[in-house]
Write a protein that binds this ligand. Structure first.
Ligand SMILES: Nc1ncnc2c1ncn2[C@@H]1O[C@H](COP(=O)(O)OP(=O)(O)O)[C@@H](O)[C@H]1O
Ligand SMILES: [Mg+2]
Length: 239
C-alpha cells in the first residue's frame, strides 16, 4: 500500500474545476483504502486559509459522513504559499512582499509525498502561469516530472486550450496521465451540445494522444459526480 505516488492536477484555465476534481478524486481514492494527501503549492486571493484545500476537506468529510472513504486525509497546507491578492502568483507575491522559492516548494512537496500513499497536488491557474517574472509553473513541473492530469472544459472552446496545454507538457517531457472533461453548462442543460462534447473527446484523444475521461456532469452537490471521476481514480490506483 505504501505507494507514495504524486499526481499533479492542472487545468486549461482558472475556474475550470481543478479543485472540484481534486476533491472527488480524494473521495474515490479514500474509498480504495489509500491515505490521500492534498497539497496546493500556491494559492492566491487567500490569506487565512487555503480555500481550495478547505473545499477538498469538506467534500471528503461529507463522504466520510456517508460512511465511505474512512482512511486518513492529510492536508499539507503548512507547505503552501498563501497570497492575499487574487492574481497570478508572481504579482500576488510581489504585492505581499514575498519571493516564491522553488526549493521551498520542492522540499514541501517531497515531505508531503513521503507521508501519504497518494498525493494530489492542485495546480495554480494553467501551466504557463508565472511564479516569478521569469519562472513559470511549467518550469517547476518540468523539474519534478509529476504525472499530470489535465482538467478541461467539455464543450465549445476546449480544443485549442487543451491541445496547447498537452503540447507544452509533452515538449517539457512531463508525463500526462489523461484529460478529464468537466462540464461548464448551466444546471438545467446538464451537458453542452452532445455532438460537440463527443467530437472534442475524439479530437483530444486522437491529436493529443491521451486518454480522455468524463465528461463530468454539472451537479448540485460534488459527490453526485463521483461516478464520473471513479475511472481516473482506478487508473491512478493502477500506477
Ligand atoms: N461539474 C461541476 N458541477 C458543479 N459545480 C462545479 C463543477 N465543476 C466545477 N464546479 C464549481 O465551479 C467553480 C470553479 O471550480 P474550481 O474547481 O474551483 O476551479 P479551479 O480549481 O480550476 O479554479 C467552483 O465553485 C466549483 O465547485
Ligand atoms: Mg482551485
Amino acid at each position: 500500500m505504501n505507494k507514495n505516488i504524486p499526481i499533479f492536477i492542472t487545468g486549461t484555465d482558472t475556474g475550470i474545476g481543478k479543485t472540484f476534481i481534486t476533491a472527488l478524486l480524494t473521495a474515490c481514492l479514500m474509498d480504495k483504502g489509500y491515505t490521500v494527501g492534498v497539497q496546493k503549492w500556491i494559492s492566491t486571493g487567500d490569506s487565512e486559509v487555503c480555500q481550495d484545500m478547505q473545499f477538498v476537506h469538506s467534500v471528503a468529510l461529507d463522504h466520510w459522513h456517508e460512511g465511505k472513504g474512512r482512511t486518513p486525509l492529510r492536508l499539507f497546507d503548512q507547505d503552501c504559499y498563501r497570497l492575499s491578492f487574487p492574481s497570478s502568483p508572481h504579482l500576488a507575491a510581489e504585492i505581499d512582499g514575498i519571493q516564491i522559492d522553488k526549493h521551498v516548494i520542492e522540499r514541501g512537496f517531497a515531505r508531503a509525498r513521503d507521508n501519504c500513499n497518494i498525493l494530489l497536488v492542485e495546480g495554480v491557474g494553467g501551466v504557463m502561469v508565472p511564479l516569478l517574472r521569469r519562472y513559470l509553473l511549467i518550469d517547476l513541473m518540468a523539474r519534478l516530472r509529476i504525472p499530470t492530469l489535465v482538467v478541461a472544459r467539455s464543450g465549445l472552446g476546449t480544443l485549442n486550450h487543451t491541445l496547447l496545454t498537452l503540447s507544452v507538457l509533452r515538449d517539457r517531457k512531463i508525463p500526462v496521465i489523461g484529460v478529464i472533461l468537466n462540464s461548464q453548462a448551466e444546471m438545467d442543460k446538464e451537458f453542452e451540445d452532445k455532438r460537440i462534447v463527443e467530437d472534442n473527446r475524439l479530437i483530444i484523444s486522437d491529436i493529443g494522444h491521451v486518454r480522455v475521461f468524463g465528461p463530468v456532469k454539472r451537479v448540485k452537490h460534488p459527490l453526485e459526480a463521483l461516478e464520473y471521476v471513479e475511472p481516473v481514480a482506478s487508473m491512478i490506483a493502477s500506477i
